[in-house]
Design a protein around this ligand. Sequence first.
Ligand code: ADP
Ligand code: GLC
Length: 492
Amino acid sequence: MKILMVTAEAVPFAKTGGLADMVSALSIQLAREGHDVKIVMPRYYKIDRKKLELLPGPMAIAAGNEETWSAVYTTKMPGEEKVSVYFIDHEQCFGRDGIYGVPGETDFHDNPYRFAVLNHGAFQLCRKLGWYPDIIHAHDWSTSLAPVLLKNVCRYCGFENTASVLTIHNQGYQGVYGKDKFPALGIDWGLYYGAGFEHNGAINFLQAGVSCADMITTVSPTYAREIQTAEGGFGMDGLLRVRSDVIRGILNGADLRQWNPEIDKKIPANYSAKDLSGKTKCKAELQKRMGLEVNPDIPVVGIVTRLVDQKGIAEVFAPTYGSIFNICANMKVQFAILGSGETWCENEINTLQSKLPNLRAYIGYDDALSHLIEAGSDFFLMPSRYEPCGLNQIYSMLYGTLPIVRRTGGLADTVDNYNEKTGDGTGFVFDQLTPGAVYDTVGWAVWAYYNKKDHILKMQKAGMKKTFGWDEASSKYVQVYKEALARGCSRF
Ligand code: ADP
Ligand code: GLC
């Protein structure tokens, strides 16, 4: 099949979260199975033109009220030559730092126009290449315009046999903008209602994508159910229930070339389930690097996260009631934290590290450190309010680090709770997102660390044996693509 991934992020070029990992890993896997996969994304300011190849000739894009022009660059996906990545090079839209906005601040006010350029540009790119895909696969609100365009605008212009799939990585981000921005989209006003943009008098990109896509996927089976409830749907659960026959939940895999303790070059020592001695070295290096007491006997809890409400940060870090101060004050445990996001939380973490010798944090984004935390920690805390899939708990299990998670979304689908009698399980799971539950569950893990060493080892090995590769997931996507083609094309 010919598949075009339309996306705002893809590793290693641009990333704010797991979407970037997923798009590249799935593309690589599909290409290895013989599919013809291309990715189109913006050339953000930070992506160096010198490392890319310029396609000859400019490209006209009909976003906004008039045509605009962009250059197109291309390169091969590092590690998989078969996947070509195309970059829409539009200075006005993407020649700045930040993917959706200035990090930690609000979205760019011209996002409707910026992403209209990306989505229209995706279709124009196909025309430019003379390559018309079977599937246009869009990801989240920022490329939700692509299914809208396919259904309403581009169907008869070379894309007669193309179908669309929209993957919802996060229902909490819908791309909501004032109605006055609608002309930026470069489509007929009739589509404001006709394509399902209208939401409480504003534009809602994701809602239009959900209305128009031939098939919809989300990144775990539990999350596919949760988005259809009032709590998980963020105001869109009604529409999602209407479309439930086309919604599938497919659990993400992990990119095992990047996240494998046996070959990971970003950690000081490699190891496997058979011989965990390298993990002890990683722990010592992590303690040293973070400025924690270097002591193999004290359990280290790692956190790597965007510091946003979705991740349960209030219950852990809020100044007056967050659990972490009491955990660190009362338990013989260490915390190694890496994260960036909401300013209050960054400040609070810095305050905590000035008060607590057993909590050390790096505020920022650091890929190498995230690998060291996964490898060097004994536990990994992920108390998410909601979690569509979650990659870090998967990486944790692969690295013999036991996740402590709330039972939600992909966390519920991937982590098996500890059984104190048998030592079965792959982590520690709790239900209610309260500071008390976080405290108790970290306490339970710390207790097991000191008192049930054999169980901890058994769980580490059980997690490391799990297969989180992309092969199973990719065959499910191919199935969805086939269903999309059957549905999309049968309408015309
Ligand atoms: P989400 O996409 O909601 O942020 P995921 O668990 O799916 O959650 O993916 C997060 C990804 O981003 C992981 O690969 C994680 O290692 C990475 N990540 C998050 N914050 C940071 C950070 N501060 N530094 C390095 N990597 C980070
Ligand atoms: C989103 C979700 C996360 C998921 C990732 C990749 O960012 O928050 O749970 O793992 O997308 O699909």
